[in-house]
Write a protein that binds this ligand. Sequence first.
Ligand code: 4NP
Length: 162
Amino acid sequence: MPSPVRVLFVCLGNICRSPAAEGVFRHLVHEEGLAEALHIDSAGTADWHSGKLPDERMRQAGKARGYDFSSRARQARAEDLQKFDLILAMDAQNHRDLLSLDPQGLHHTKIRLFRDFCTAHETGDVPDPYYGGPEGFENVLDLLEDGCAGVLSHARGLLSRS
Ligand code: 4NP
C-alpha cells in the first residue's frame, strides 16, 4: 500500500470553514472508497480556539446536509508544510499567512487557494461566516461541496504518482 496523500485545509480560527472543509472532503473520500489512501486534517492560522469543537452554527448547518464536523481546533505550524502534500487556504489572508511560515519558499507550490478548485461557483475567498447570519454558513457549505470535488480529482492525480 503506498503512503497516503496528505491534505490539510486551513482557515483563521479552525472552527468554521476549515473543519467543515475537512468534514465535507472526508465524507466524499469515504463515499469514493479512498479513506485509506488519503490523510485529511485541518488547522487555523490563529491559536485562539485550539482544542475546541467547530462552531455550533457550522456543525448544525453541516448536520442538516448529512455531515459530521467534530474535529478539534489546532494551529497550523511550519512542520505541517513539510508533512502535507496539499495545503488549501480558505482565503487570501490565510494563504499569505501560510506562505510566511515558510520564508525560504521550499513548500510554496503545495500551498494553494481552495477557490482555485471550485468549478460551479465563480468565487474569490471562502468568506468567513463567523460574524454573520445563517446564510453565510450555507454559502460556505455550497462552496466547499463544489471545491472538494475538484480537490479530490487533484488528490487522485497525486495518488497515481505516489
Ligand atoms: P474560521 O472563522 O476562520 O472559518 O474558523 C472564524 C472563527 C473565529 C474567529 C474568526 C473567524 N474569531 O475571530 O474568533
